[in-house]
Design a protein around this ligand. Structure first.
Ligand SMILES: *[C@@H]1O[C@H](CO)[C@@H](O)[C@H](O)[C@H]1NC(C)=O
Ligand SMILES: *[C@@H]1O[C@H](CO)[C@@H](O)[C@H](O)[C@H]1NC(C)=O
Length: 300
């Protein structure tokens, strides 16, 4: 039936209408969206709360369990953004994660883009860890310190994802740029649509000073707060045929979004000079030779 779309005789406007209907992904712009409209709780409903007006969401970790939520829909490419205020005070051992992933469970073939916030003892700096997975393989960690205390105010954490680059932003400052060299079978996740997730859990076996600092359960519950979720992206519809009809008119897919802007380049260079404390590309103890993508120029 679908093949009729492609008959030359069909007037252009009908063809494009059909394309819009049959296209596997549709462009959506969500903001100020309510929790129920966009998300499901993944685990521990009891550790999830919202403010009275529903605008702020709280995830808590206690000795029994953490908590997590995920989007109802999958997306492939777009701009994904959320404001977070992280667990304050003594948060050693506690990890808040905000990430995109193909699957609900950590499947062995998942693609994933991670922001992880690693808590610390009172007054010691949080670290932000980012990672990229393709088909179940990760190992692309970077760690940064921040230029503010992320537990005092809400700050915006965003991901730009298109076929050319993945950029992790903090308050619109690009802290990490991950490029696609366009070669087949390279380590760039661009095929599988992903859900967006967030969760809080105990990771005191590794998170703070490599696991030396343990979670102090006397300080529980540990609470991270969220607001202003927004997406400008392609919401995936499970009509996997006709992929080639996907529109490329969205700003996040357009040429200006394939590269950093000049002012973003300046910001990025500043981050690189001042805030990076770990980069897998420079870890010769861990990897005999840097991964292929390490040679790509973030400014290209
Ligand atoms: C993805 O990983 C699975 C299992 O680890 C493997 O069998 C499969 O060949 C991989 N696929 C690609 C495209 O590399
Ligand atoms: C926690 O604080 C210590 C001491 O300042 C620092 O070395 C470490 O990088 C901080 N962050 C983590 C996640 O360990």
């Amino acid at each position: 039936m679908e093949s009729r779309v492609f008959q030359m005789a069909i007037p252009l406007f009908i063809a494009s209408l059909m394309a819009a209907i049959l296209s596997p992904s549709i462009a959506v712009s969500l903001s100020k969206a309510s929790f129920e409209d966009n998300f499901d709780i993944m685990f521990s409903e009891s550790n999830f709360k919202t403010s009275k007006d529903g605008e702020i969401w709280y995830l808590s970790l206690d000795k029994v369990t953490g908590c997590g939520f995920q989007t109802k829909h999958k997306y492939r490419f777009g701009w994904f953004s959320m404001k977070l205020k992280l667990v304050g005070g003594d948060s050693a051992g506690v990890v808040t994660a905000y990430y995109m992933c193909t699957d609900v469970d950590a499947s062995p073939t998942r693609d994933e883009l991670d922001f992880e916030f690693l808590g610390n003892r009172t007054g010691e700096p949080y670290l932000i860890q980012t990672n990229v997975y393709k088909n179940g393989t990760g190992g692309r960690e970077m760690r940064h310190v921040l230029w503010f205390d992320p537990t005092e105010e809400y700050h915006t954490y965003s991901v730009l994802w298109n076929d050319h680059q993945i950029v992790f932003f903090v308050d619109r400052v690009p802290i990490r740029v991950y490029k696609n060299n366009g070669k087949p079978n390279n380590f760039f996740p661009n095929e599988k649509p992903m859900y967006l997730f967030s969760s809080i859990w105990n990771a005191d076996d590794w998170a703070t000073r490599g696991g030396l600092e343990k979670t102090d359960w006397k300080k529980a519950p540990f609470v991270s707060s969220y607001k202003d979720f927004s997406v400008d992206g392609c919401q995936w519809k499970d009509l996997t045929l006709l992929v080639f009809l996907t529109t490329t008119k969205n700003w996040w897919d357009q040429k200006p979004s394939w590269h950093l802007t000049d002012s973003q380049k300046k910001d990025y260079a500043w981050v690189k000079r001042n805030l990076v404390i770990y980069d897998y590309c420079e870890d010769a103890e861990r990897y005999d030779a840097p991964m292929e993508e390490c040679s790509l120029n973030p400014f290209d």
